[in-house]
Design a protein around this ligand. Structure first.
Ligand code: SAH
Ligand code: SF4
Ligand code: F3S
Length: 484
């Protein structure tokens, strides 16, 4: 036995012992993920845990031994989707009673009783802080037929030592903190994911370096409120600086940040490093101070605007997006107009807009809720239409400019095109070849490939996407980029 075998931490020991007990495990696990990036990142953690126990991921429901749904309960609609999916799974369970069906994620915590009692096809329910136990709980269902439940929230679990199992690609999510302490009055997250806690700075840095070694070119630092990251004496700007300076060739981004915690130091750090993307997703939720107070958002519109102004002074090209909740209880026509005014004033690149959805246990749940459906629909439509016009306007002005784009994948519509992103997170569609001044394929340069950083001349735009022609590789062009 080597020294390294003796100094494994607890979780790795459990993993190795179990691996020895069942080396022949070749079970196939199918996992479907709903909700935010945190959930997608958690799915990679669950797959990381399961892979150590010999499970392999499958992309096909048919023939899988374990089916897991990683769920979201942020709005009623999100939960409705999961219930619908569970109805589909009932038939699979009927055909194959041996298949194990599990619910993970944010709904697990909230609806454990409901799910176990009423949904007979569900065998296990595991909350976001108990993913280390998934293999053991599956084993138990298989051996005893007993349903399993593990939904305790933890004040310390960050999965710092678990290597997430990622799909190949040039972008990666890297979770840096978990939970949320903000308790916005509309939001279930503090209940479903528990208290805020941060991973170690070194654990995050090691994972970022590993990702870079594996070819990742764009890392999203992830958390419900990344700017309350705190590990020992390090805050979020310290972490950002550490990762950005260690990996100067990798684009570093983050999401989501809460306006209350967005510091001058963070903006200065972003401005200082070329490889920190000049893009901020900063949810405002409403343009009315009265509603912001009812939401317990902890800032006024004026304070929010000051953050935007400072960001623009420090980074003239910074891109902004936001989240907006329309028709929060008691929202008047005036409140709604104030939201429209803020959208016009800020000129966001994009916005995620939602109708308020009452969530049990939250403070807002007991606030009176009396906005008629047709008004809700009209207000949401007005917000969406206004934002679409602004996004189109901003994108249209980019035509004729050259933007640096990281090529991420093939375009969804055609294998002759790629999809890439600008620093400000705008999607760009580009042909899979260089175009010369005559508009023909430039055979002096090799074709662009996924992972390339390319300067692209923007030729066309709509409200969601830019289109352009590659004009120049960003990195010094080595011989390998030239034909022959
Ligand atoms: N932590 C992030 C948001 C996470 S949830 C933040 O505070 O910025 C993502 C978005 O979902 C929120 O910004 C909000 O706009 C929306 N949301 C959350 N709860 C909601 C509810 N009950 N009804 C409608 N939208 C909601
Ligand atoms: Fe929810 Fe507010 Fe926390 Fe965001 S900051 S996750 S909206 S409670
Ligand atoms: Fe949904 Fe949970 Fe994310 S409720 S939005 S999956 S934190």
């Amino acid at each position: 036995m080597q020294l390294t075998d003796l100094i494994l931490n607890n979780s790795e020991q459990v993993t190795r012992q179990s691996g020895l007990q069942s080396p022949e495990n070749d079970k196939k696990v199918y996992i479907e993920t709903f909700g935010c990036q945190m959930n997608y990142s958690d799915t990679e953690i669950v797959l990381g845990v399961l892979s150590k126990f010999g499970y392999n991921e499958t992309s096909s429901l048919e023939g899988s031994d374990v089916i897991l749904l990683n769920t979201c309960s942020i709005r009623e609609n999100a939960e409705r989707k999961i219930y619908k999916r569970l109805d589909d799974l009932k038939f699979i369970k009927r055909k194959n009673p041996n298949v194990v069906i599990g619910i993970l994620g944010c709904m697990a915590e909230r609806l454990r009783k409901d799910l176990l009692e009423e949904r007979k096809c569900v065998d296990l329910i595991v909350g976001p802080d108990e993913y280390r136990r998934v293999p053991e709980l599956i084993d138990n269902v298989l051996e005893t037929g007993e349903k399993g439940i593990a939904v305790k929230l933890s004040r310390v679990e960050t999965y710092d030592d678990i290597a997430p199992l990622r799909r190949e690609g040039v972008t990666a999510w890297l979770s840096i903190m978990r939970g949320c302490d903000k308790f916005c009055t509309f939001c279930v997250v503090p209940f479903t994911r528990g208290r805020e806690r941060s991973r170690s700075l070194n654990g995050i840095l090691d994972e970022a370096k590993r990702l870079s070694d594996e070819g990742v070119k764009d890392i999203w630092l992830l958390g419900q409120n990344v700017n309350s990251y705190k590990f020992e004496e390090h805050d979020f700007p310290d972490l950002l600086r550490t990762v950005a300076s260690a990996l100067p060739e990798v684009r570093i981004r983050y999401t989501t940040s809460h306006p209350y915690d967005l510091s001058q130091k963070l903006l200065e750090t972003m401005a200082e490093y070329d490889n920190i993307c000049k893009y901020i997703h900063l949810p405002i939720q409403s343009g009315s101070d009265r509603i912001l107070q009812l939401m317990n958002r902890l800032y006024t519109v004026e304070q929010y605007m000051k953050v935007m102004k400072t960001a623009r002074e420090l980074m003239p090209d910074v891109g902004f997006s936001t989240d907006i909740i329309s028709c929060f209880p008691g929202e008047t026509e005036d409140d709604h107009k104030m939201t429209l005014d803020v959208i016009s004033e800020v000129q966001y690149d994009g916005a995620f807009t939602f109708l308020y959805s009452p969530r049990e246990n939250t403070k807002a749940y007991s606030m009176s809720f009396d906005i008629p459906d047709e008004i809700k629909k009209r207000r949401l439509d007005e917000i969406i239409t206004l934002q679409r016009e602004i996004s189109y306007d901003i994108n249209r002005k980019m035509v004729g400019k050259t933007k640096r784009v990281l090529v991420e994948s093939l375009s969804k519509k055609s294998d002759d095109f790629y999809m890439g992103r600008t620093d400000c997170n705008k999607s760009v569609i580009l042909p899979a070849q260089f175009i010369n001044d005559e508009g023909n394929q430039d055979t002096n340069l090799r074709a662009p490939a996924i992972g390339d950083m390319i300067d692209v001349l923007i030729t066309k735009a709509n409200s969601a996407t830019l289109f352009g022609n590659p004009v120049h590789f960003h990195l010094p062009i080595s011989n390998s980029l030239l034909n022959g």
